[in-house]
Design a protein around this ligand. Structure first.
Ligand code: ATP
Length: 360
Protein backbone atom coordinates (compact mmCIF):
# COMPACT_ATOMS: atom_id res chain seq x y z
CA UNK A 1 0.00 0.00 0.00
CA UNK A 2 1.39 3.42 -0.87
CA UNK A 3 1.96 6.10 1.76
CA UNK A 4 -1.23 8.11 2.37
CA UNK A 5 0.85 11.25 2.82
CA UNK A 6 4.06 12.01 1.03
CA UNK A 7 5.45 15.52 1.19
CA UNK A 8 8.63 16.55 -0.62
CA UNK A 9 10.53 19.81 -0.11
CA UNK A 10 7.49 21.89 0.72
CA UNK A 11 7.88 25.59 1.33
CA UNK A 12 5.00 27.79 2.38
CA UNK A 13 4.88 31.54 2.94
CA UNK A 14 2.09 33.86 4.02
CA UNK A 15 2.21 36.87 1.76
CA UNK A 16 0.66 40.26 2.22
CA UNK A 17 0.94 43.32 -0.01
CA UNK A 18 3.93 44.54 1.97
CA UNK A 19 5.60 41.47 3.44
CA UNK A 20 6.23 37.77 3.09
CA UNK A 21 6.66 35.37 6.00
CA UNK A 22 8.12 31.93 5.31
CA UNK A 23 6.46 29.46 7.68
CA UNK A 24 7.55 26.09 6.26
CA UNK A 25 10.99 25.64 4.82
CA UNK A 26 11.87 22.61 2.69
CA UNK A 27 9.71 20.19 4.69
CA UNK A 28 9.66 16.52 3.66
CA UNK A 29 7.56 13.90 5.37
CA UNK A 30 6.11 10.48 4.68
CA UNK A 31 3.34 8.91 6.69
CA UNK A 32 2.76 5.19 6.41
CA UNK A 33 -0.63 3.43 6.37
CA UNK A 34 -1.93 2.97 9.92
CA UNK A 35 0.76 5.19 11.44
CA UNK A 36 -0.02 7.69 14.20
CA UNK A 37 2.24 10.73 13.89
CA UNK A 38 2.17 13.49 16.46
CA UNK A 39 3.32 16.92 15.41
CA UNK A 40 4.63 19.17 18.18
CA UNK A 41 6.44 22.49 18.21
CA UNK A 42 6.26 25.96 19.70
CA UNK A 43 3.39 28.28 18.96
CA UNK A 44 3.71 29.77 15.50
CA UNK A 45 6.09 27.07 14.23
CA UNK A 46 3.77 26.12 11.35
CA UNK A 47 1.93 23.04 12.62
CA UNK A 48 -1.53 24.19 11.60
CA UNK A 49 -0.20 25.37 8.27
CA UNK A 50 1.29 21.93 7.62
CA UNK A 51 -1.82 20.03 8.66
CA UNK A 52 -4.04 22.25 6.49
CA UNK A 53 -1.76 21.59 3.51
CA UNK A 54 -2.14 17.84 4.10
CA UNK A 55 -5.89 18.33 4.56
CA UNK A 56 -6.30 19.97 1.14
CA UNK A 57 -7.39 23.19 2.85
CA UNK A 58 -4.60 25.24 1.27
CA UNK A 59 -2.00 24.72 -1.46
CA UNK A 60 1.77 24.62 -1.21
CA UNK A 61 3.72 27.19 -3.20
CA UNK A 62 6.77 24.97 -3.68
CA UNK A 63 7.37 21.22 -3.48
CA UNK A 64 5.00 18.31 -3.71
CA UNK A 65 2.11 17.30 -1.43
CA UNK A 66 0.71 13.88 -2.27
CA UNK A 67 -2.29 12.87 -0.22
CA UNK A 68 -4.28 9.66 -0.75
CA UNK A 69 -2.82 9.30 -4.21
CA UNK A 70 -3.50 12.89 -5.34
CA UNK A 71 -0.91 15.57 -6.01
CA UNK A 72 -2.36 18.63 -4.28
CA UNK A 73 0.17 21.20 -5.40
CA UNK A 74 -1.65 23.16 -8.12
CA UNK A 75 -4.71 20.85 -7.83
CA UNK A 76 -8.06 22.38 -8.81
CA UNK A 77 -10.95 22.92 -6.39
CA UNK A 78 -12.74 19.79 -7.61
CA UNK A 79 -9.80 17.51 -6.84
CA UNK A 80 -9.19 19.24 -3.48
CA UNK A 81 -12.84 18.63 -2.53
CA UNK A 82 -12.59 14.99 -3.55
CA UNK A 83 -9.57 14.53 -1.26
CA UNK A 84 -11.23 16.44 1.61
CA UNK A 85 -14.16 14.04 1.50
CA UNK A 86 -11.82 11.13 2.19
CA UNK A 87 -10.25 12.73 5.25
CA UNK A 88 -11.57 12.79 8.82
CA UNK A 89 -10.95 16.14 10.53
CA UNK A 90 -10.97 16.59 14.30
CA UNK A 91 -10.55 20.15 15.54
CA UNK A 92 -9.90 21.72 18.92
CA UNK A 93 -13.38 23.16 18.75
CA UNK A 94 -15.68 20.29 17.94
CA UNK A 95 -17.70 22.54 15.56
CA UNK A 96 -20.95 20.69 16.11
CA UNK A 97 -24.04 22.47 14.84
CA UNK A 98 -26.22 23.40 17.81
CA UNK A 99 -29.46 23.15 15.85
CA UNK A 100 -28.85 19.48 14.94
CA UNK A 101 -28.88 16.48 17.26
CA UNK A 102 -25.68 14.55 17.86
CA UNK A 103 -26.83 11.86 15.41
CA UNK A 104 -27.75 14.46 12.77
CA UNK A 105 -24.36 16.14 13.13
CA UNK A 106 -22.60 12.82 12.55
CA UNK A 107 -25.01 11.90 9.74
CA UNK A 108 -24.16 15.10 7.88
CA UNK A 109 -20.60 13.95 7.47
CA UNK A 110 -21.83 10.66 6.04
CA UNK A 111 -24.15 12.42 3.59
CA UNK A 112 -21.29 14.53 2.25
CA UNK A 113 -19.03 11.59 1.49
CA UNK A 114 -18.99 9.61 -1.73
CA UNK A 115 -20.24 6.34 -0.24
CA UNK A 116 -23.90 5.80 -1.06
CA UNK A 117 -25.89 4.25 1.79
CA UNK A 118 -29.65 4.00 2.34
CA UNK A 119 -31.16 6.07 5.17
CA UNK A 120 -31.46 2.97 7.34
CA UNK A 121 -27.84 2.03 6.72
CA UNK A 122 -26.76 5.59 7.48
CA UNK A 123 -28.65 5.61 10.77
CA UNK A 124 -27.17 2.22 11.68
CA UNK A 125 -23.63 3.41 10.92
CA UNK A 126 -24.18 6.59 12.95
CA UNK A 127 -25.52 4.74 15.99
CA UNK A 128 -22.68 2.23 15.72
CA UNK A 129 -19.95 4.87 15.70
CA UNK A 130 -21.62 6.84 18.50
CA UNK A 131 -21.63 3.74 20.68
CA UNK A 132 -17.97 3.15 19.84
CA UNK A 133 -17.21 6.56 21.33
CA UNK A 134 -19.45 5.86 24.34
CA UNK A 135 -22.33 8.16 23.36
CA UNK A 136 -25.02 5.54 22.79
CA UNK A 137 -27.25 7.23 25.34
CA UNK A 138 -26.86 10.67 23.79
CA UNK A 139 -27.62 9.93 20.15
CA UNK A 140 -30.73 12.11 19.93
CA UNK A 141 -29.63 14.86 22.29
CA UNK A 142 -28.56 18.31 21.20
CA UNK A 143 -24.90 19.30 21.65
CA UNK A 144 -25.78 21.78 24.43
CA UNK A 145 -26.78 18.83 26.64
CA UNK A 146 -23.28 17.29 26.40
CA UNK A 147 -20.11 17.95 28.41
CA UNK A 148 -16.94 19.23 26.71
CA UNK A 149 -15.45 15.72 26.55
CA UNK A 150 -18.67 14.28 25.15
CA UNK A 151 -18.85 16.96 22.46
CA UNK A 152 -15.27 16.19 21.50
CA UNK A 153 -16.17 12.50 21.28
CA UNK A 154 -19.11 13.40 19.04
CA UNK A 155 -16.61 15.32 16.89
CA UNK A 156 -14.50 12.16 16.66
CA UNK A 157 -17.55 10.09 15.71
CA UNK A 158 -18.30 12.61 12.96
CA UNK A 159 -14.73 12.32 11.66
CA UNK A 160 -14.69 8.53 11.78
CA UNK A 161 -18.18 7.66 10.55
CA UNK A 162 -17.03 7.75 6.92
CA UNK A 163 -14.21 5.29 7.78
CA UNK A 164 -11.49 7.58 6.42
CA UNK A 165 -8.01 6.22 5.81
CA UNK A 166 -6.49 9.53 6.94
CA UNK A 167 -7.41 11.48 10.06
CA UNK A 168 -6.13 14.95 10.83
CA UNK A 169 -6.55 16.21 14.38
CA UNK A 170 -5.57 19.74 15.42
CA UNK A 171 -5.28 20.09 19.22
CA UNK A 172 -8.10 17.60 19.92
CA UNK A 173 -7.48 17.68 23.69
CA UNK A 174 -6.82 21.40 24.14
CA UNK A 175 -10.17 22.18 25.71
CA UNK A 176 -10.40 19.02 27.79
CA UNK A 177 -9.31 18.10 31.30
CA UNK A 178 -6.57 15.50 31.76
CA UNK A 179 -8.87 12.50 32.01
CA UNK A 180 -11.19 13.40 29.11
CA UNK A 181 -8.14 14.30 26.99
CA UNK A 182 -6.65 10.88 27.63
CA UNK A 183 -9.94 9.12 26.84
CA UNK A 184 -10.26 11.05 23.59
CA UNK A 185 -6.78 10.21 22.26
CA UNK A 186 -7.02 6.59 23.31
CA UNK A 187 -10.28 6.46 21.43
CA UNK A 188 -8.70 7.94 18.31
CA UNK A 189 -5.87 5.42 18.66
CA UNK A 190 -8.18 2.42 19.12
CA UNK A 191 -10.55 3.35 16.30
CA UNK A 192 -7.67 4.05 13.95
CA UNK A 193 -6.07 0.72 14.70
CA UNK A 194 -9.40 -0.94 14.04
CA UNK A 195 -9.87 0.88 10.72
CA UNK A 196 -6.17 0.88 9.73
CA UNK A 197 -6.26 4.67 9.34
CA UNK A 198 -3.23 6.97 9.52
CA UNK A 199 -3.37 9.90 11.90
CA UNK A 200 -1.59 13.22 12.02
CA UNK A 201 -2.25 14.85 15.35
CA UNK A 202 -1.05 18.33 16.31
CA UNK A 203 -0.69 18.89 20.04
CA UNK A 204 0.98 20.88 22.80
CA UNK A 205 -0.15 18.27 25.28
CA UNK A 206 2.88 16.26 26.44
CA UNK A 207 0.65 13.82 28.30
CA UNK A 208 -0.59 12.21 25.11
CA UNK A 209 2.73 11.81 23.27
CA UNK A 210 2.90 8.11 24.12
CA UNK A 211 0.08 7.19 21.70
CA UNK A 212 2.30 8.17 18.77
CA UNK A 213 4.22 5.75 16.58
CA UNK A 214 6.40 8.72 15.68
CA UNK A 215 6.74 12.24 17.04
CA UNK A 216 7.88 15.05 14.79
CA UNK A 217 8.84 18.45 16.04
CA UNK A 218 8.48 21.58 13.95
CA UNK A 219 10.81 24.41 14.80
CA UNK A 220 11.46 27.48 12.68
CA UNK A 221 9.56 25.88 9.82
CA UNK A 222 11.71 22.74 9.76
CA UNK A 223 11.03 19.21 10.95
CA UNK A 224 13.21 17.69 13.63
CA UNK A 225 12.86 14.34 15.33
CA UNK A 226 11.54 14.66 18.86
CA UNK A 227 14.77 13.27 20.33
CA UNK A 228 16.75 16.05 18.65
CA UNK A 229 14.33 18.63 19.99
CA UNK A 230 14.16 17.22 23.51
CA UNK A 231 17.88 16.69 23.85
CA UNK A 232 18.73 20.19 22.57
CA UNK A 233 16.17 21.67 24.92
CA UNK A 234 17.19 19.50 27.87
CA UNK A 235 20.89 19.95 27.43
CA UNK A 236 20.34 23.71 27.35
CA UNK A 237 18.17 23.59 30.47
CA UNK A 238 20.52 21.33 32.41
CA UNK A 239 23.59 23.40 31.50
CA UNK A 240 21.76 26.53 32.54
CA UNK A 241 20.78 24.94 35.83
CA UNK A 242 24.33 23.71 36.32
CA UNK A 243 25.73 27.17 35.72
CA UNK A 244 23.25 29.08 37.87
CA UNK A 245 22.63 26.55 40.58
CA UNK A 246 25.18 23.73 40.58
CA UNK A 247 23.96 22.55 43.97
CA UNK A 248 20.38 22.06 42.70
CA UNK A 249 21.65 20.30 39.61
CA UNK A 250 23.75 17.90 41.66
CA UNK A 251 20.88 17.32 44.06
CA UNK A 252 18.47 16.51 41.24
CA UNK A 253 20.85 14.06 39.55
CA UNK A 254 21.65 12.29 42.82
CA UNK A 255 18.00 12.31 43.82
CA UNK A 256 16.84 10.85 40.55
CA UNK A 257 19.50 8.14 40.64
CA UNK A 258 18.58 7.21 44.21
CA UNK A 259 14.84 7.06 43.52
CA UNK A 260 15.42 4.94 40.45
CA UNK A 261 17.72 2.55 42.33
CA UNK A 262 15.07 2.04 44.98
CA UNK A 263 12.30 1.45 42.43
CA UNK A 264 14.45 -0.97 40.47
CA UNK A 265 15.85 -2.85 43.45
CA UNK A 266 13.37 -5.67 42.77
CA UNK A 267 14.37 -5.62 39.08
CA UNK A 268 11.10 -4.17 37.85
CA UNK A 269 9.65 -0.74 37.61
CA UNK A 270 5.97 -0.26 36.94
CA UNK A 271 3.94 2.78 35.85
CA UNK A 272 2.95 3.77 39.37
CA UNK A 273 6.60 3.83 40.47
CA UNK A 274 7.56 5.79 37.36
CA UNK A 275 4.78 8.28 38.01
CA UNK A 276 5.86 8.69 41.61
CA UNK A 277 9.47 9.36 40.58
CA UNK A 278 8.30 11.94 38.03
CA UNK A 279 6.06 13.63 40.59
CA UNK A 280 8.76 13.80 43.25
CA UNK A 281 11.38 15.10 40.81
CA UNK A 282 8.98 17.62 39.36
CA UNK A 283 8.11 18.93 42.80
CA UNK A 284 11.78 19.12 43.74
CA UNK A 285 12.96 21.19 40.78
CA UNK A 286 12.11 24.08 38.52
CA UNK A 287 12.58 21.91 35.45
CA UNK A 288 9.78 21.24 32.97
CA UNK A 289 8.22 17.80 32.60
CA UNK A 290 10.32 17.03 29.52
CA UNK A 291 13.58 17.68 31.35
CA UNK A 292 12.47 15.76 34.42
CA UNK A 293 11.50 12.81 32.25
CA UNK A 294 14.86 12.84 30.57
CA UNK A 295 16.80 13.02 33.85
CA UNK A 296 14.69 10.10 35.07
CA UNK A 297 15.19 8.03 31.94
CA UNK A 298 18.94 8.68 32.09
CA UNK A 299 19.03 7.56 35.71
CA UNK A 300 17.04 4.48 34.79
CA UNK A 301 19.35 3.51 31.99
CA UNK A 302 22.31 3.97 34.32
CA UNK A 303 20.78 1.76 36.99
CA UNK A 304 19.68 -0.80 34.42
CA UNK A 305 23.15 -0.85 32.90
CA UNK A 306 24.80 -1.20 36.29
CA UNK A 307 22.63 -4.10 37.36
CA UNK A 308 22.95 -5.83 33.98
CA UNK A 309 26.73 -5.62 34.00
CA UNK A 310 27.40 -5.97 37.71
CA UNK A 311 31.09 -6.77 37.27
CA UNK A 312 30.33 -9.23 34.50
CA UNK A 313 31.24 -7.00 31.57
CA UNK A 314 33.87 -9.48 30.39
CA UNK A 315 31.14 -12.02 29.71
CA UNK A 316 28.75 -9.49 28.08
CA UNK A 317 31.16 -7.57 25.88
CA UNK A 318 33.53 -9.10 23.37
CA UNK A 319 37.29 -8.68 23.74
CA UNK A 320 37.24 -6.20 20.89
CA UNK A 321 34.49 -4.15 22.55
CA UNK A 322 36.42 -4.14 25.84
CA UNK A 323 39.54 -2.90 24.06
CA UNK A 324 37.50 -0.22 22.29
CA UNK A 325 35.92 0.76 25.62
CA UNK A 326 39.29 1.25 27.28
CA UNK A 327 40.84 3.01 24.26
CA UNK A 328 37.87 5.39 24.17
CA UNK A 329 38.24 6.24 27.84
CA UNK A 330 41.87 7.13 27.10
CA UNK A 331 40.84 9.20 24.09
CA UNK A 332 38.36 11.21 26.17
CA UNK A 333 40.93 11.74 28.93
CA UNK A 334 43.48 12.97 26.40
CA UNK A 335 41.02 15.17 24.47
CA UNK A 336 41.98 18.31 26.43
CA UNK A 337 45.67 17.83 25.62
CA UNK A 338 46.86 15.73 28.54
CA UNK A 339 45.80 12.70 30.56
CA UNK A 340 45.98 13.59 34.24
CA UNK A 341 46.86 11.03 36.95
CA UNK A 342 43.29 11.41 38.28
CA UNK A 343 41.89 10.51 34.88
CA UNK A 344 44.19 7.49 34.62
CA UNK A 345 43.14 6.33 38.09
CA UNK A 346 39.47 6.68 37.09
CA UNK A 347 40.01 4.60 33.95
CA UNK A 348 41.59 1.84 36.03
CA UNK A 349 38.77 1.99 38.54
CA UNK A 350 36.08 1.70 35.86
CA UNK A 351 37.92 -1.14 34.13
CA UNK A 352 38.17 -2.92 37.46
CA UNK A 353 34.47 -2.40 38.23
CA UNK A 354 33.48 -3.72 34.84
CA UNK A 355 35.79 -6.68 35.06
CA UNK A 356 37.89 -5.58 32.06
CA UNK A 357 41.62 -6.24 32.02
CA UNK A 358 43.00 -3.30 34.04
CA UNK A 359 45.32 -1.15 31.88
CA UNK A 360 48.80 -0.58 33.24
N1 ATP B 1 -3.50 33.57 7.34
C1 ATP B 1 -2.31 33.98 7.79
N2 ATP B 1 -1.74 35.12 7.34
C2 ATP B 1 -0.53 35.51 7.78
N3 ATP B 1 0.21 34.84 8.68
C3 ATP B 1 -0.31 33.71 9.18
C4 ATP B 1 -1.60 33.21 8.78
N4 ATP B 1 -1.86 32.06 9.43
C5 ATP B 1 -0.78 31.83 10.21
N5 ATP B 1 0.15 32.83 10.07
C6 ATP B 1 1.45 32.91 10.75
O1 ATP B 1 2.22 31.79 10.36
C7 ATP B 1 2.95 31.26 11.48
C8 ATP B 1 2.61 29.79 11.66
O2 ATP B 1 1.24 29.67 12.02
P1 ATP B 1 0.58 28.27 12.40
O3 ATP B 1 -0.83 28.55 12.80
O4 ATP B 1 0.80 27.31 11.28
O5 ATP B 1 1.46 27.84 13.63
P2 ATP B 1 1.19 26.75 14.77
O6 ATP B 1 2.48 26.03 14.97
O7 ATP B 1 -0.01 25.94 14.42
O8 ATP B 1 0.87 27.67 16.00
P3 ATP B 1 -0.06 27.37 17.32
O9 ATP B 1 0.62 26.26 18.06
O10 ATP B 1 0.00 28.67 18.06
O11 ATP B 1 -1.43 27.02 16.81
C9 ATP B 1 2.57 32.15 12.67
O12 ATP B 1 3.58 33.10 12.85
C10 ATP B 1 1.29 32.80 12.25
O13 ATP B 1 1.18 34.08 12.84
Amino acid sequence: MSAPVQIESVTYSYKTAVSERKVLNDVSLRIEPGEIVILTGPSGSGKTTLITLIGALRSAQEGSVQVLGHELRDAGEKEMTRVRRQIGYIFQQHNLLDSLTVAENVMMSLQLCDEKLSSAEQRQRVVEVLSQVGLEEHVDKYPRALSGGQKQRAGIARALVTRPTLILADEPTASLDKESGRTVVELIQALCQEQGASVVLVTHDNRILDVADRILHLEDGEIQSISEAVSANTSQMLRLLDRHDPQASLYLSAFSLALTRVAMADNTIDDTERDMIRTVLNQSSDLGQGEVDLVMELAMSQVRCKSAINGQAHSIFSEEQARHFIDSMHAVAAADGETSPEELAEIRKIAEELGFPVPS
